[in-house]
Write a protein that binds this ligand. Structure first.
Ligand SMILES: *Cc1c(COP(=O)(O)O)cnc(C)c1O
Length: 426
């Protein structure tokens, strides 16, 4: 073997995986077991005391999931990762390590609709307060910082309009405030953007979308960049203070630059319980092997469809950062030079009714609430994913009444354009 570092496509196929040591199986086996036999009593005690790494029980870790964790950590350039049951579970587990009741975190207003709900309603009952900021106005993040701020949360490519967030500028705000920057990298995937290279301290994903890529398995993952010092000022007691459930060890002191991933596993996943099924880990690993091929096709198709829509008389505007005329094109060139993703919105001259009508006339596009499938998808956010917001909030989050969101798949682009053409014309 030469000592060159493997490239992204090689890591997507190989990182974390080896032929199975007992059977020689080349694909990663599905370790469909709840629990693992200890060598002896001492081994069991050292596993429970965090003195040795190893398998205990699938809620805390599983060998199939471990391959997925190592692979995504490698693709994102992090020190370690933790796979969980869904993207939303990843968000809960991350914030549980950072927040005490009464604490605040700042979140970009342009987010996945489910995240807006989770932050606004579910987290309120934990005593975690979200403060909204505008990703197009960096100063709004600075103004939102208070002594109770514990984190900043953004999406790299933001729902629903596929706008590009200036990660470096917001990471500077986070650094100054002494809090970690969490980036939801779901819509970009590490093939398009690696947020850690731009100053992110924690990356989260819904693996359900482009990483799994086939619309068949839910999953989520947390990647620790290893960049944040959790010991400063007693702000993060879960990481810096002695843990009574583990004989008083301090996670930051013991685990250094992967302490956050450990905290998520041994405090978050162990006690909250949203474990990823090994079967789903296997499905998602298989998806990741073709991530670079799929993602490029998704982006190339999306650009062709966006260009077609921009020239159509029934279309009022197209929001796709890959178009040279788009407001976010400068940021797209900087952060996502290979392509601006495959999720974007456009608005129809006919308003709300035209949006609903288009969705019902499309045949190849599936009308459903998901993104990042091999299949092309369509949704009218104002009547579905963002329907819980009032009209002003809908417009602010890019989901006004005339807006339609597409997630472009890997079919032939000519077929996608023909389907849109018949639905727009009819
Ligand atoms: C889907 C999605 C989530 C939530 O993930 P689930 O796997 O559905 O829980 C979070 N963020 C973004 C950007 C998403 O698209």
């Amino acid at each position: 073997m030469s000592d060159r570092l493997p490239g992204f496509s090689t890591l997507a196929v190989h990182a974390g995986a080896q032929p199975d040591p007992t059977t020689g199986a080349r694909a990663t086996p599905i370790y469909q077991t709840t629990s693992f036999v200890f060598n002896d009593a001492d081994h069991a005690a050292s596993l429970f005391g965090l003195q040795a790494f190893g398998n205990i029980y699938t809620r805390i870790g599983n060998p199939t999931n471990a391959v997925l964790e190592e692979r995504v950590a490698a693709l994102e350039g992090g020190t370690a990762a933790l796979a969980v049951a869904s993207g939303h579970a990843a968000q809960v587990v991350v914030l549980q390590q950072l927040m005490q009741p009464g604490d605040e975190f700042i979140a970009a207003r342009k987010l996945y609709g489910g995240s807006i709900n989770q932050f606004t309603h579910a987290f309120k009952s934990f005593g975690w307060n979200v403060i909204w900021a505008d990703p197009d106005d960096i100063a709004s993040f600075e103004r939102a910082v208070t002594p109770r701020t514990k984190a900043i949360f953004i999406e790299s490519i933001a729902n629903p309009a596929g706008s590009i967030t200036d990660i470096e500028a917001i990471s500077t705000v986070a650094r100054k405030a002494g809090v970690p920057l969490i980036v939801d990298n779901t819509l970009a995937s590490p093939y398009l953007i690696r947020p850690i290279d731009h100053g992110a301290d924690i990356v989260v994903h819904s693996l359900t979308k482009f990483l799994g890529g086939h619309g068949n398995s839910l999953g989520g993952i947390i990647v620790d960049a290893g960049t944040f010092d959790w010991s400063t000022g007693g702000k993060y007691p879960m990481l810096s203070e002695p843990r009574p459930e583990y004989h008083g060890i301090r996670l930051q002191e013991t685990f250094g630059n992967f302490a956050f991933a450990i905290a998520c596993r041994v405090l978050g996943l162990r006690d909250l319980g949203p474990a990823l099924s090994p079967f789903n880990a296997f499905m998602i690993l298989t998806g990741i092997e073709t991530l670079p091929l799929r993602m490029q096709k998704h982006c190339d198709n999306a650009k062709a469809v966006a260009e077609f829509l921009a020239g159509h008389p029934a279309v009022a505007s197209v929001s796709y950062a890959g178009l040279p005329s788009d407001k976010y094109n400068r940021l797209a060139r900087k952060y996502a030079p290979k392509g601006a993703g495959a999720v974007f919105t456009f608005s129809l001259k006919g308003g709300y009714d035209a949006g609903v009508n288009l969705v019902s006339k499309l045949q190849l596009f599936s009308h459903l609430a998901n993104v990042g499938d091999t299949r092309s998808l369509v949704i009218h956010p104002a009547s579905t994913t963002h329907s819980q917001l009032d009209d002003a909030a809908k417009v602010k989050s890019g989901a006004g009444p005339d807006v339609v969101r597409l997630s472009i798949g890997i079919e032939d682009k000519e077929d996608l354009i023909a389907d849109l053409e018949q639905a727009l014309g009819a």
